[in-house]
Design a protein. Structure first.
Length: 165
C-alpha cells in the first residue's frame, strides 16, 4: 500500500474520488490515508520555507489549526477517531509515529520531515507515540472543535464502522 501522494494540482480531486469509492466499502478506508508533500523553498539564508494553501495542498477547507509541544518521550497520545472530520498531521520538529487503524487493518507512519503531512480521513482510529525529544506537531483540520465528532472508545468506534460496512 502506498502512502505517498505528490503534486498539489490533482491532490484534492484524487483524494475526493478515493473517498467516494471507499465510502462504498468501509474496509478500504485505511487506503485513503496518504502522505502529502508540501512545497519546499530553499532560501539563500540557510533556511527553508514550506507553505500550505487550502484547496491546493489539503483536500478540504481548513477550519482549525492546532499544534502540540512539550511532549514526553515514551508517552502516547490521541487514541481516537473522528466521525466526519478530516485531518492532516505534520511533524514540525523532531519525529513521531502515527498508528492508523480502520478496524480491518493497521498501519504506522513515521513523521519527521516538516514538508510532509499525513492526510487522515474520517473513521480512522489514530494514536501518536514514539516522540523524539523536542517534537512539535501540527494538526490542520476540516472543522471546528466538536466533542460529539469524536470516538474515544475503541469498541464504540469498531462497532460503528462495522455497522456501516
Amino acid at each position: 500500500m502506498s502512502f505517498y501522494a505528490s503534486g498539489p494540482s490533482s491532490l484534492r480531486d484524487s483524494i475526493a474520488a478515493r473517498v467516494n469509492e471507499a465510502a462504498k466499502d468501509a474496509r478500504r478506508s485505511l487506503e485513503l490515508c496518504r502522505l502529502i508533500e508540501f512545497p519546499k523553498i530553499s532560501g539563500s539564508y540557510l533556511a527553508n520555507l514550506t507553505f500550505i494553501e487550502t484547496a491546493r495542498h489539503v483536500p478540504f477547507e481548513v477550519r482549525r489549526i492546532f499544534y502540540v509541544y512539550d511532549l514526553a518521550p515514551g508517552e502516547a497520545r490521541s487514541a481516537h477517531a473522528h466521525k466526519t472530520l478530516q485531518e492532516v498531521v505534520i511533524c514540525l520538529s523532531g519525529g513521531l509515529d502515527v498508528h492508523l487503524d480502520d478496524s480491518y487493518s493497521k498501519h504506522s507512519v513515521r513523521l519527521h520531515r516538516p514538508w510532509l503531512g499525513l492526510y487522515i480521513p474520517p473513521l480512522i482510529w489514530i494514536s501518536l507515540g514514539n516522540f523524539d525529544p523536542g517534537t512539535v506537531y501540527m494538526g490542520i483540520v476540516s472543522d471546528y472543535y466538536d466533542e460529539s465528532d469524536y470516538y474515544r472508545d475503541y469498541l464504540e468506534f469498531w462497532q460503528a464502522v462495522r455497522a456501516n460496512a
